[in-house]
Design a protein around this ligand. Structure first.
Ligand code: TYD
Length: 210
């Protein structure tokens, strides 16, 4: 299809969003066409699905319902936004994708990584990321970083316990073993500039090997 599909993953407070913005700016300035997006990506249907998932009133939401809704929103964002950009030959940087579902719903919620993977395979229809940067951070540190972001809106998943976030990280570690060629781990407890530099080098290495 052309292009390069890169996803960015990690527990809360790993600094993904900040680093993604720096990467986008860097590649755009180097003349590489780049699209930075995040699920649900401003796609109307996916945004509407997301509102249902993250609504704090929806405490009765079943885990499988949550997994299916994430997969549905992912599908729409993929077909409406990501695939066209890849067809134009762009680098797509996506903040969270399939591995979030595998770590959060599959492992932390206990639905099973295999089960959630099966649902998501149907959703993505073989379009897996070429490269996934996993920003690793201990949940205690990550959540402290987030607490400093004054005015950040709390969503339903932010209300989860520290144990849940520890399980999310454990889930990501399992995914590193499962997809060693695709997922690359980056220590996100380092200063932001080091984390950014490491991420940039990994992407450039990937680009030069294409
Ligand atoms: P968001 O505010 O986007 O979090 P972050 O800035 O950490 O990316 O909220 C997204 C939340 O949804 C986050 O807690 C992770 C969770 N999530 C899942 O549980 N499964 C998924 O498939 C995705 C994409 C996100």
């Amino acid at each position: 299809m052309g292009g390069l599909f890169i996803t960015v993953e990690g527990p809360e407070g790993a600094g993904k969003t900040t680093i993604m913005e720096k990467l986008r700016t860097y590649f755009a300035a180097s003349g590489v066409p780049v699209l930075a997006t995040r699920e649900p990506g401003g796609i109307e249907i996916a945004e509407k699905i997301r509102t249902i998932i993250l609504d704090k009133e929806h405490t009765m939401m079943d885990g499988r319902t949550e997994a299916l809704l994430y997969a549905a929103a992912r599908r729409q964002h993929l077909t409406e936004k990501i695939v066209p950009a890849l067809r134009r030959g762009e680098i797509v940087l996506c903040d969270r994708f399939i591995d979030s579902s595998l770590a959060y719903q599959g492992f932390a919620r206990g639905l099973g990584i295999d089960e959630v993977y099966a649902v998501n395979q149907f959703a993505v229809d073989n379009l897996m990321p070429d490269l996934t940067l996993y920003f690793d951070i201990e949940p205690d540190i990550g959540l402290k970083r987030i607490a400093k972001h004054a005015g950040r809106e709390k969503n339903r998943l932010d209300l989860e316990t520290i144990e849940f976030h520890r399980k999310v990280r454990e889930g990501y570690k399992l995914l590193l073993n499962r997809f060693p060629g695709r997922i690359v781990e980056i220590d996100a407890s380092q200063p932001m500039d080091n984390v950014y530099g490491t991420a940039k080098n990994i992407i450039e290495k990937h680009l030069s090997g294409m």
